[in-house]
Design a protein around this ligand. Structure first.
Ligand code: NAD
Length: 316
């Protein structure tokens, strides 16, 4: 019997790559998604496979899956700031009620569980780089609190199920990830920059562009998640690329890669609570998983550029 994995949010950016990875190594994949921020396009190539099942469902409601389940990956949640600011209550609900329902499924099926948490639980960090021991600097009543606090609550829920019910849980604290299957209009910096550059519009920089981010290519994140699933390690693990870049340098790199000569427009007002720095300390992932990112920035951006070129051509 093949192992069976349930992936909530499986039609989203990261979820769809996880569907592909688990199918490739012989799992049956049950993808549950309400398509609020994801798209059936991301899973279109799997829909006819006998080992892939799609259930359109809101995971804040009771989750019913027929038959055995070996692993539950809880990835459902709006993830881009534009999405979670647009869907604040849905975001809080999927982190709280959705995590409760997904944990309930794992407990009922005696399945292993992995939560997609986020670097956002560190808020606007006072420690740099951020290690898992850092508890964060989050404003619960700020605009971004809906996402940050829902993920913090989700982590607490997961640890309670682990401690009280003995569920075999994992928490991946994922830092900024990019690659094919991101929505062109999802509002995150890379889709924004690619979309603007490819349409020869000025790239919009919020603040003076000195704020830093570290971007990890999707295949590296998928590998880290896959390895974490195979451990019995229950404390949170940062997954991300520690190579930091300022937003201004990133904009210049994208203008050069696209070769479109687009301009860069600096100093749009910085959004509320936008973190100034963001960089993972991945020592734990290196120790526990023997993992570190292997795809260089330029290579990852070139693959992503090909994907966005296709997306932009579809809208013209
Ligand atoms: N992309 C990143 O850089 C990043 C970083 C840190 C954490 N994460 C986490 O990884 C997960 C996936 O992020 P993503 O970038 O793929 O985002 P995404 O928006 O592309 O995917 C999220 C998916 O969840 C689905 N969804 C949302 N609410 C749902 C609900 N109530 N019921 C069922 N499905 C629902 C959406 O339709 C979508 O397909 C999220 O939990 C996010 O918090 C992502």
């Amino acid at each position: 019997m093949p192992e069976r994995v349930v992936i909530t949010g499986g039609a989203g950016f990261i979820g769809s790559h996880l569907c592909a990875r688990f199918l490739n190594v012989g799992y049956e994949v049950v993808c549950i998604d309400n398509l609020s921020t994801g798209s059936k396009d991301n899973i279109a190539s799997f829909l006819d496979r006998p080992d892939f099942f799609f259930i359109k469902h809101d995971v804040t409601e009771y989750i019913y899956v027929d038959g055995p389940v070996d692993l539950v990956l809880h990835f459902a949640s709006p993830a881009s700031p534009a999405d979670y600011l647009d869907l604040p209550i849905q975001t809080l609900k999927v982190g709280s009620l959705g995590t409760h329902k997904a944990m309930g499924l794992a407990k009922a099926k005696s399945a292993r569980f992995l939560l997609a948490s986020t670097s956002e639980i560190y808020g606007n960090p006072l420690q740099h780089p951020q290690s898992e021991e850092y508890f964060g600097n989050v404003n619960p009543v700020g605009l971004r609190g809906v996402y940050d606090e829902s993920k913090r609550f989700a982590e607490a829920m997961v640890m309670a199920y682990h401690r009280n019910h003995g569920v075999s849980t994992r928490i991946a604290r994922i830092f900024n990830t990019y690659g094919p299957n991101m929505r062109l209009d999802d509002g995150r910096v890379l889709p924004n920059f690619f979309s603007q550059a490819l349409q020869k519009k000025a790239l919009t920089i919020y603040g003076d562009g000195s704020q830093t981010r570290s971007f990890c290519f999707i295949s590296d994140i998928v590998e880290g998640i896959f390895r974490l699933c195979r451990t019995e390690y229950h404390d949170p693990v940062n997954l991300g690329n520690p190579e930091e870049i300022s937003i201004k340098d990133l904009a210049e790199m994208i203008v050069n890669l696209t070769g479109t000569g687009a301009e860069i427009a600096i100093n749009h007002p910085l959004p509320d609570g936008d973190p100034q720095v963001r960089k993972p300390d991945i020592s734990r992932a290196m120790d526990v998983l023997g993992w570190k990112p292997v795809v260089g920035r330029e290579d990852g951006l070139k693959i992503t550029l090909d994907y966005f070129k296709k997306k932009v051509s579809e809208i013209h």
